[in-house]
Ligand binder design. Structure first.
Ligand code: GLC
Ligand code: CA
Length: 512
């Protein structure tokens, strides 16, 4: 008798929604989003049809890097709430069938973490070796414009390593006590019911043990953009074993922030490292069919043979929103949403992209982030009328453009809105095995049109995206009906072989 097929883990079928907690929803009027705010707005995510949320860090932090500098991994920062609020959020989400991923930041702590305070207190402190101390620096450069990756500690007379800000000293993962302590952090949250983790800069925990100078650093690039030491894989295998020892398909999604799909695929290991990795070339891609085609073919040709399940991301908290990158065009942003939801792999939606938001324009004197990434981190407009549901102190960043028209309230009421388009796309995806886990095959098409077929058994869809700013004729063989169109026109009707300017469509087989 053949062994029963193991059904796919939930995350292969999922749409994952990234919450940036500072800017999602504020419950206590201090102008900063918080855990209760998230709890009060879970309806929005449920109505969108997402399967899981990933929260950017909410742990205790001095906020030198908006919470990616953690001083206690096992407590919640008071600006976000309490441990009890976190527990309630996990339970409330689960009650609605939403899974919850937390952000795990293994590469570095805050310089205010008790471990680092001890480590820097003297050269013979037992935690000295928990961080990376050297008598002489090399040429490694830090990210976020922080210059050298080494900061001199006057009191103990050595340099410590930080691939990001000086307030984010790097942990030494070659020290088994660090491994143990950080595994303890994962257990703490797994025991509280989180369904997995997004792992911050998953490619950075291992460093060249020879600390050799790197020509790319000499040329001004931060090491975190390309650090790729084999030891990071060892670290990930340890995390994977731990997470797999829990029931319920807990998942590890790694941020491998190397802009090379060939490198990214290595971080799936032999099915014993990341379950999924981000792959950012499509996140850098301009509105250009040639670039997208290349990125997508690359994912197909490199990940598929390696049995590595892809992810797709168009926007996140570190980059300009895709609508802004595509010249502010809502039409393009909507066509891209069709692409995002129909490629082979798990799509990630960054809060606000379902509203078609652009980046906020922020005056120089109001900038907060040392890395210049404030624009995409602006607060979500819930209500049409200012202050858009943010009652009390004004939010920590200004609203994005057109906040009233793009508010959740307005878009809820408008069947043609971007929010409704995302809902329809996610609903179709949910009901359609071909779009979720089916095969992917590119179709012959004019260069301006990207077209592909998804198929799973008898279930079949064709997706066409017209990147040109003029209508294009394109007819895939067979007869088709328009299931979803990014721009009004033809929905539900027969597909007549013509795509509108910058229009994307999902086609389903028509009556023959
Ligand atoms: C990741 C995060 C980013 C943060 C950096 C350092 O790239 O997404 O926001 O600044 O890691 O933790
Ligand atoms: Ca608040």
């Amino acid at each position: 008798m053949p062994a029963p097929m193991r059904s796919e883990p939930w995350w292969m079928n999922a749409v994952i929604y990234q919450i940036y907690p500072r800017s999602f929803a504020d419950s206590n009027g201090d102008g900063i989003g918080d855990l209760r705010g998230i709890c009060e707005h879970l309806d929005h995510i449920q109505a969108l049809g997402a399967d899981a949320v990933w929260l950017s860090p909410v742990y205790r932090s001095p906020m030198a890097d908006a919470g990616y500098d953690i001083s206690d991994y096992c407590d919640i920062d008071p600006i976000f709430g309490t441990l009890a609020d976190a527990q309630r959020l996990i339970e409330e989400a689960h009650r609605r069938g939403l899974r919850v991923l937390f952000d795990f930041v293994p590469n570095h702590t805050s310089d205010q973490h008790p471990w680092f305070i001890e480590s820097r207190s003297s050269r013979d402190n037992p935690k000295r070796d928990w961080y990376i101390w050297r008598d002489t620096p090399n040429d490694w450069r830090a990210a976020l414009g922080a210059g050298s990756a080494w900061t001199w500690d006057e009191a103990s007379g050595q340099y410590y390593l930080h691939l990001f800000l000086p307030q984010q000293p790097d942990l030494n993962w070659r020290n088994p006590e660090v491994v143990q302590a950080m595994h303890g952090v994962l257990r703490f949250w797994l025991d509280r019911g989180v369904d997995g983790f997004r792992i911050d800069v998953a490619h950075c925990t291992g460093k060249d043990p020879a600390f050799a100078d790197h020509p790319r650093c000499l040329a001004g690039e931060p090491l975190a953009d390309f650090n790729d030491d084999p030891y990071s894989h060892e670290v990930l295998r340890g995390l994977r074993r731990l997470v797999d020892s829990y029931p319920g398909d807990r998942v590890l999604v790694g941020e491998v922030n190397i802009r090379s799909t060939a490198s990214v695929v290595q971080y799936y290991g032999a099915g014993d490292e990341l379950h999924m990795s981000f792959n950012f070339p499509p996140l850098d891609a301009p509105w250009d069919p040639v670039v997208f085609r290349t990125c997508i073919r690359e994912v197909d040709s490199l990940l598929h043979p390696a049995n590595a399940w892809p992810t797709w991301v168009l926007s996140n908290h570190d980059n300009d929103r895709h609508r802004s990158r595509y010249g502010g065009s809502l039409r393009r942003a909507r066509a891209a949403a069709v692409l995002l939801m129909t490629l082979r792999g798990t799509p990630f939606v960054f809060q606000g992209e379902e509203l078609g938001l652009e980046d906020a324009r922020i005056e120089a004197e109001n900038r907060v982030d040392p890395g210049g990434r404030d624009g995409s981190r602006a607060p979500l407009p819930w209500l049409a009328r200012p202050p858009h549901g943010w009652i009390g102190a004004p939010p920590w960043l200004p609203f994005p453009p057109d906040a009233a028209d793009l508010s959740v309230e307005r878009q809820n009421a408008d069947p043609a809105s971007t929010l409704q388009l995302y809902r329809r796309l996610i609903a179709v995806r949910r009901s359609c095995p071909a779009l979720r886990t089916g095969s992917w095959e590119e179709l012959d098409s004019p260069p301006e049109v990207l077209a592909y077929r998804r198929r799973h058994g008898d279930d079949e869809r064709v997706v066409c995206i017209n990147f040109a700013a003029r209508p294009m004729d394109f007819a895939p063989p067979g007869s088709w009906r328009v299931e979803i169109a990014s721009e009004p026109g033809g929905r539900g009707g027969a597909y007549v072989g013509r795509l509108g300017a910058e229009q994307a469509v999902i086609l389903q087989p028509g009556e023959s």
